[in-house]
Design a protein around this ligand. Structure first.
Ligand code: DGL
Length: 268
């Protein structure tokens, strides 16, 4: 069966981080139906074996296609590096992936030093090494792996002292080395935008790729004739979680989305 413009866009991440991308897609494409999978039961992808991340990406993509998805958004930098090419080889539908926003950061730095915060998995990937290689030279692209950060974000307690301490420890070395632009290279980190900006201070610019990905989704759907008519009723949203405590996970998803969306337990 061919994909239909009325089908949902399937979006997934290792947890709640991809909701930052979902929010941008919702802003850019209000008529689209959206299906979101938070694979919180397997977070953090950044610290897992690539084979496991690839297998999860494949299973979740299959599940979203069963829900009628007309396109898939890998709202996760780590899964992009590990599984995007594999998913594209398996499926014909548009598969849109993430890339840390190094390009816009390199274009706007004044100090010539950009700091990228991302998972160890992303920073180790060949895809990231190639991206860094495109810009490193004219500007200095510093990298900072952030083990432990996604786990703290997944608890949903953004006021925790431990979270503030860890963010300060991660951001300070980049600032000390002259970074005036920070790239949030994991979709969980924009949830901490206020905290990071508070720690970094007013002179530091913070970028992420969410809005650019939403524009890319719109372009791919337009090219493939799959955009849902904007005159239609507003699109709906449905979510699934693989968290061991699905009720708490559902409450966090609803809080972050600011909406009473249905959240079910992921069957795969
Ligand atoms: N939000 C994800 C990313 O963009 C994954 C974080 C993780 O699970 O380690 O990389």
């Amino acid at each position: 069966m061919g994909a239909s413009a009325d089908g949902p866009i399937g979006v997934f991440d290792s947890g709640v981080g991809g909701l930052t991308v979902l929010a941008e897609i919702r802003r850019a494409l209000p008529a689209e139906h959206l299906c979101y999978v938070a694979d919180s039961g397997h977070a953090p992808y950044g610290e897992r074996a690539p084979e496991l991340v690839r297998a999860r990406a494949e299973a979740i993509t299959g599940f979203l296609i069963e829900q009628g998805a007309k396109a898939i958004v890998i709202a996760c930098n780590t899964a992009t590096g590990i599984a995007a090419a594999h998913l594209r080889a398996l499926h014909e539908l548009p598969i849109i992936a993430m890339e840390p926003a190094v390009k816009p950061a390199a274009a706007c730095t004044k100090s010539g030093v950009v700091g990228v915060l991302a998972t160890s998995g992303t920073l180790k990937s060949e895809k990231f090494e190639a991206l860094r290689g495109r810009f490193h030279g004219p500007v200095q692209v510093l990298t900072q792996p952030c083990p432990g950060l996604v786990e703290l974000i997944e608890t949903g307690d953004f006021e925790a002292e431990a979270l503030r301490g860890l963010v300060a420890d991660l951001v300070s070395p980049l600032l000390e080395r002259g970074a005036d632009t920070l790239v949030l290279g994991c979709t969980h980190y924009p949830l901490l935008h206020g905290l990071i900006s508070d720690i970094a201070g007013p002179g530091v610019r913070i970028t992420d790729a969410g809005a650019a990905v939403a524009r890319h989704v719109r372009n791919r759907l337009a090219e493939t004739g799959l955009l849902r008519d904007a005159d239609n009723t507003p699109g709906d949203q449905r979510c699934w979680t693989s968290a061991a405590a699905p009720d708490a996970s559902a409450a966090l998803i609803r809080r972050l989305l600011g909406a009473a969306v249905p959240v079910a337990k992921l069957p795969c």
